[in-house]
Design a protein around this ligand. Sequence first.
Ligand code: SF4
Length: 425
Amino acid sequence: MGERVADKFLKDSATKPFDQRRREIISTNLDKYRLAFERSKSKFLDLENSKKKANLIKWKTIENLERYLLDFESNFTKRGGQVIWANDAEEARQEISKIMERHQAQSVVKSKSMVTEEIELNHFFEKQNVEIFEHNFDTPSDASAEQLAMKTGELLRKKYTTADIGISGANFIIADTGSIAITENDGNTRLATSFSKVHIALVGIEKIIPSINDVDLFWPLVASHGTGQNLTAYNTILSGPRQEHDTDGPEEMYVILLDNGRTNVLEKNDQRQALYCICCEACLSVCPTYQNITKKTYDTTYQILIDSLIPPNLTSVSEFKYPAYASPLCGKCFDACAVGIDFLRLALLNRRDSVQQGLIPKKEKRVWKVFTYTIQHRGLLDFFSGKTKNFFLQFFFKKTWGEHRKLPKLAEKSFSKQWKERKDQ
Ligand code: SF4
């Protein structure tokens, strides 16, 4: 994956912004989102205060992550649930496989979730010849597509109600009640988790929040910032398998707590706030870079801005320094973030890391060295004509600047020369 991410980013970012059709689609969707967001925003008494509160809660939780996770485990197991700790993607896949073997599972339904994509679960199932059903439709764009989606949805619903195992993600893990909270618009996760005999929820450890009382802050924040809704259509809190008095629900419920590099981020004092993210995607909707080169260019699992700046399975910034450099540092993502993550700081820290780790190309280093020397020696700068300077500019930067833009031209005479001449007149 190493080389691929950077190469793809550079290649796509040189072509995608010039795809007029794509830009029109993005722009129409963003206009719709902005209108909806403005409406839902007005439902908050004081949105800025809610964001600050959310930031504070996530700060407290991430600073005490171990304690809250253990609280969750203890409360969840009291109600008959089972917690599995997975260090990485492979462990998580193997644990899922073991549960399936134990139950001799014939059919699996899986609701669309980013964390299952993170561990490449579909690919794993394909290799094992396990048949899985997943509802994964984008919003249909016309009537016939809508009909087709409904029809296929109906067929899949039958599968959902008869499957042995249901696999889902979760938006939040609630420590004090030992529950998981799921928010969705199509209700399929609820189906998958209620009818299956066994429910496996795969969740990143950073999704923890301290109390069930915090849900009434986080659910509206996700809904308003993500889709401009006051609240998403289906909101479910699950606190273990079916109890005696329950009419439905799984006989067994497992929560797999996934690390997969998140503790690497946790180790970094100044970057751990990336773990506050609630995946609402608001940052994406306002980022001018994202809007132009489209989210696919980033090739990150979560396709949210934070994931491109500090992906959880970060071992080196070599492949992920491009988004930090591509950021214009305009600060729109910071203003938009539902939990007040300081993106500018993260982008700058990412750039710092890439310099400290010597990830800047040799050619670029040489150019900066020459530039620094020249700019500090006025005589040298004035010695060369504008023509010569433009030649070097073209020589070094034409490729980086891209085919679609013209490099700006330097004036024939430097600023100081012009200033001097004006003064002498
Ligand atoms: S980083 Fe982006 S996706 Fe995450 S909470 Fe902030 S705005 Fe939402």
